[in-house]
Design a protein around this ligand. Structure first.
Ligand code: AMP
Ligand code: ZN
Length: 490
């Protein structure tokens, strides 16, 4: 099945074809580390984590880069407010960021470039734009000349005339065009600065992402993501300056997640309606938060409410409850006495078919622009099957019968599939209490002894069946002259 995704640039779903399959170069705009982050920001981080994991599941070799903006107006303002250095503020909130994305089960990025580590490259980038007439210098500031880039506005679908009309009245009169934006800003007194050909100053926000993404991923990225608020002006500007420099396509697929709203308003620091991730994680398990954040399609708005989180909590619990420990399978297997090889072979075929139907339901959902809502529904189809089967087996056992041939194998295979797909969405299952290792060992010893007896009586098929069934559960038997030992598969 082909993976299709919605490209903000073309405004339609397209088949995903990276520049050089199987490699995928992926960049997500990271946090500006001037404060804690909220559950709205977490939506972006979690959604992108799931997209990355699914691409890996599909066999792509993903290189994932997410920057840390550690110099910016907001960081400077916070430092001044607290009488601290910008480094101190950035260090504090970078630590916060890493601590909480780790708690949320987000895979570490392959690279986390920090803006302050790339200043020489940014200066060089801006210099080249000036040489190409794509930028101009005024009193130590450098502005991008949008007139030089005929495709400006194409990503956001904005018309230049409308943008100009909408531009604020207090436009810097030194700009040639109200839409020109700063690539380099001269330092105001008391602000941190770096030396540059234009005097003391610092980079603008947009140039940071162009430079850091290209430094690690090359001139053309396969996927560039962020929240929808970044489409304009941030990504529009990144595109303009990058393509002006390289004359190449900067990004093949632009992906943007919808907002997390609270009472129908975007959750944002400026509106003062935020819930920090630490406060949420005091109340809810990280897996519940992840469940909530991916319970809607990533492009749709998602409403934060206590009710929605409570629903996520009980749904997640239903998923956890339906997973089965190896111990339970062993226990059932011991009672599954009436199995014949021929039955198993027949059963296996049906089992394989059913398993692949469940797997493809999940894949179809994810292949359709990462529809996690549908993918979760596919998981619940497996849950339904597991629960029915479990009930059925337990009923048979209660009535003193052995389960029908292959049922326990099917249950075990469904369980394995469910756990695998839960993992693809980045969830971590809690450890379930298991039987004591001593009891497990004794139970397996019984099976080893039965197998030994079977072999002595030349019932080789039967003996092999015991070995292969244990193998399905991840238990390997090794025959040695001194006897048989068992171990878990590595
Ligand atoms: P920021 O640190 O504000 O630049 O945000 C980091 C990421 O979170 C960006 O991709 C934003 O677009 C995204 N973001 C910010 N607020 C929300 C929200 N309420 N819902 C979803 N994503 C958001
Ligand atoms: Zn960015």
């Amino acid at each position: 099945m082909a993976l299709v995704l919605f490209n903000t640039f073309t405004r339609k779903k397209e088949e995903f074809i990276p520049l050089e399959p199987p490699y995928v170069r992926m960049y997500n705009c990271g946090p500006t580390v001037y404060d804690t982050f909220h559950i709205g920001n977490a939506r972006n981080f979690v959604v992108v984590d799931v997209i990355r994991r699914y691409l890996m599941y599909k066999g792509y070799k993903v290189k994932f880069v997410q920057n840390i903006t550690d110099i910016d107006d907001k960081i400077i303002a916070r430092a001044q407010q607290e009488g601290a250095s910008t480094e101190e503020i950035a260090r504090r909130y970078t630590e916060y960021y890493f601590k909480y994305i780790n708690l949320l089960g987000i895979m570490p990025a392959d690279e986390n470039p920090r803006a302050t580590e790339f200043i020489p490259q940014m200066i060089e980038f801006v210099q080249k734009l000036v040489q190409k007439n794509s930028a101009y210098v005024v009193d130590g500031d450098v502005f991008f000349r949008i007139k030089s880039y005929p495709h400006y506005g194409e990503l956001s679908g904005k018309k230049l005339d409308d943008l100009k009309k909408g531009a604020r009245v207090d436009v810097d009169p030194r700009k040639e065009d109200p839409l020109d934006f700063a690539l380099w800003k001269s330092a105001k007194p008391g602000e941190p600065y770096w030396e540059s050909p234009w005097g003391k100053g610092r980079p603008g926000w947009h140039i940071e992402c162009s430079v850091m993404s290209m430094a690690h991923l090359g001139e053309t990225l396969d996927i560039h993501s962020g929240g929808i608020d970044l489409i304009f002006p941030h990504h529009e500007n990144e595109r303009a300056q990058s393509e002006s420099l390289t004359n190449k396509q900067f990004v093949r697929y632009w992906l943007h997640n919808g907002f997390l709203n609270i009472e129908s308003q975007k959750m944002s620091k400026s509106l003062g309606n935020i819930l920090t991730i630490d406060s949420i994680l005091e109340q809810y398990d990280p897996e519940v938060v992840r469940y909530f954040l991916i319970s809607a399609h990533y492009r749709h708005p998602l409403d934060y409410s206590q009710t929605n989180l409570r629903e996520a909590k009980s749904a997640w619990q239903r998923l956890v409850d339906s997973t089965i420990t190896t111990d339970e399978i062993i226990r059932l297997l011991l009672k599954d006495g009436s199995i014949r090889e021929s039955d198993i072979a027949q059963m296996n075929e049906t089992i394989e078919q059913r398993l692949s139907t469940f797997r493809s339901q999940f894949e179809q959902a994810m292949d359709d622009d990462f529809n996690t809502a549908e993918a979760i529904a596919a998981l619940f189809n497996i849950v339904g099957e597991i629960n029915t089967l479990r009930e059925n087996i337990n009923q048979q056992l209660k009535n003193g019968h052995s389960p029908e041939p292959g049922k326990v194998s099917y249950l075990s295979a469904l369980n394995k599939l469910l756990k695998e797909l839960i993992g693809v969405l980045g969830f971590r299952l809690p450890e379930k209490p298991t039987l004591s290792s001593e009891l497990t060992d004794n139970l397996i010893r019984i099976l080893v002894d039965i197998r030994q007896k079977a072999r002595q009586q030349k019932l080789f098929e039967f003996a092999d069946m015991i070995r292969s069934r244990l193998n399905e559960l991840g238990i390997v038997l090794e025959d040695h002259p001194q006897g048989t030992i068992w171990k878990f598969k590595q």
